[in-house]
Design a protein around this ligand. Structure first.
Ligand code: HEM
Length: 406
């Protein structure tokens, strides 16, 4: 029998009427349908405080529910800092930084200026052939099966293979990296700590190697770059590579999961994309709008009033991108996927200075995956009786997605 978690005490400065004990980790409705559950929070509150910690320093958080407020927070890095909120290094007693997400201005913009060209649409075009090939190979490998567990058999390994390519790492490291990813992002305690050390050691080894043998990959690029007239330190190069691991794997896996679950449940939409693949990029934007997966965090650097609530310096904020993309104030019938919608403006990649640097890469990955599945494989649907569940507070993800081919 499941026991209800004890509700933690909110700090004394939070007004009682703004306290809503919503727990991203144990809320039953959230596990069944996270996007709808998040929408329901908007109905009653523009902003509220949940005393349940959300992994950022173990504190309760303010949750913002409207698109304009979420944008305002994310576009004001002076008042709402991103630095110091992701304690991977601290967990192993070190002090390197995830670059660029854990930096604030002005250092943040110096690193973005360095990294932006590497992730531009033009640069990502050069990865297109590899991405298409990987998606195609991995889909083709499933062709003899009658059913698949989509998350473990496709959505998890596929972005890992692209990450290995980006960093110039051998593809035969795939299983090793999947295991590390599992432990860092979905485990806790000793297993998580051991995996952070493993990844750090592995990346340091690769950085040393690139200092001796320059390659044509992101690690080499960072090793031979300068910021403000100085070469990057090993810690900085490692912080960039670790960040790509944190930013570019789970997000893609999870997004693929919801997109494919939707198409598995909506045969007519899947068929439209099969009949006319030119609709795929537009469909992906609409699916990205409806199924946002990231809830990011910020820390208030001063006392401030926003969304009608008083925030105190040091308070933590949670910004669910899903609530911004599905805000009915900005988008009619926002929770509905409409492949004919004129504009699918969305927040899936965030806003402001930390907006996702990997969005062009992600779009190519999502497009290649859907193209490969709709050309290589028969129509898929949710396995009979399957009721996929979700979990996760930073990146919401399906725990599994059993599909069958018809
Ligand atoms: C569908 C897939 C993806 C989604 C939904 C997504 C979403 C996001 C969001 C919402 C942010 C903003 C975080 C914040 O403001 O705190 C972000 C930042 C970031 N993402 Fe992505 N992301 C995806 C794929 C990728 C990929 C493939 C990469 C790279 C390989 C990547 C690398 C990054 C990095 C480095 C940042 C930090 C940027 C900065 O701080 O300036 N992401 N992503």
């Amino acid at each position: 029998m499941q026991t209800e978690p004890t509700i933690p005490q909110a700090p004394p400065h939070i007004p009682a009427e703004l306290i809503v004990p919503f727990d991203f980790r144990s809320d039953e409705e959230f596990s069944r349908d996270p996007h709808n559950r998040l929408d329901s929070l908007r109905t009653d509150h523009r902003a509220f405080f949940t005393p349940f910690p959300r992994g950022m320093g173990g504190q309760g958080v303010w949750v913002f529910t409207r698109a304009d407020d979420i944008r305002a927070v994310l576009q004001d890095p002076q008042t709402f800092a991103s630095g110091g909120l992701r304690p991977f290094a601290k967990a192993i007693g070190e002090d390197w930084t995830l670059i660029p997400v854990d930096l604030d201005p002005p250092l943040h913009s110096q690193f973005r200026t360095l990294l932006n060209p590497t992730f531009s649409p033009k640069s990502m075009k050069s990865m297109e052939a590899v991405i298409l090939e990987r998606a195609d190979e991995m889909a083709a490998a499933l062709a003899s099966q009658q059913s698949v567990e989509f998350i473990t058999e496709f959505a998890r390994p596929y972005p890992v293979s692209i990450f290995l390519e980006l960093l110039g790492l051998p593809l035969d490291e795939m299983d090793h990296f999947i295991e590390i990813e599992e432990n860092i992002l979905h485990n806790s305690g000793d297993a998580q700590i051991a995996a952070i050390r493993q990844l750090r050691d592995y990346l340091f080894g690769q950085i040393e190697d690139r200092r001796r043998n320059r390659g044509d990959d992101l690690i080499s690029f960072a090793v031979y770059s300068e910021v403000a007239g100085s070469s990057l330190t090993n810690d900085e190069v490692m912080g960039i590579c670790f960040m790509m691991f944190i930013g570019g794997l789970d997000t893609v896996t999870s997004t693929l999961g919801y997109h494919f679950m939707h198409l598995a449940r909506h045969a007519e939409e899947q068929q439209r994309l099969r009949n006319d693949p030119s609709l795929i990029p537009g469909a992906i934007e609409e699916l990205l709008r409806v199924y946002n997966v990231v809830t990011t965090g910020r820390r208030a650097t001063r006392d401030v009033e926003i969304a009608g609530v008083q925030i105190r310096e040091g308070d933590m904020l949670a910004l669910p991108t899903s609530l911004a993309s599905r805000d009915p104030r900005e988008c009619p019938h926002a929770a509905k996927v409409d492949l004919d919608r004129e504009s699918a403006r969305h927040s899936a990649f965030g806003f402001g200075p930390h907006r996702c640097i990997g969005s062009h890469l992600a779009r190519r990955e999502l497009t290649a995956a859907l193209t490969a599945w709709t050309t290589r494989l028969p129509v898929f649907r949710l396995k009979d009786g399957a009721e996929p569940r979700s979990s996760g507070s930073g990146v919401i993800a399906l725990e599994s997605l059993p599909l069958e081919f018809i």
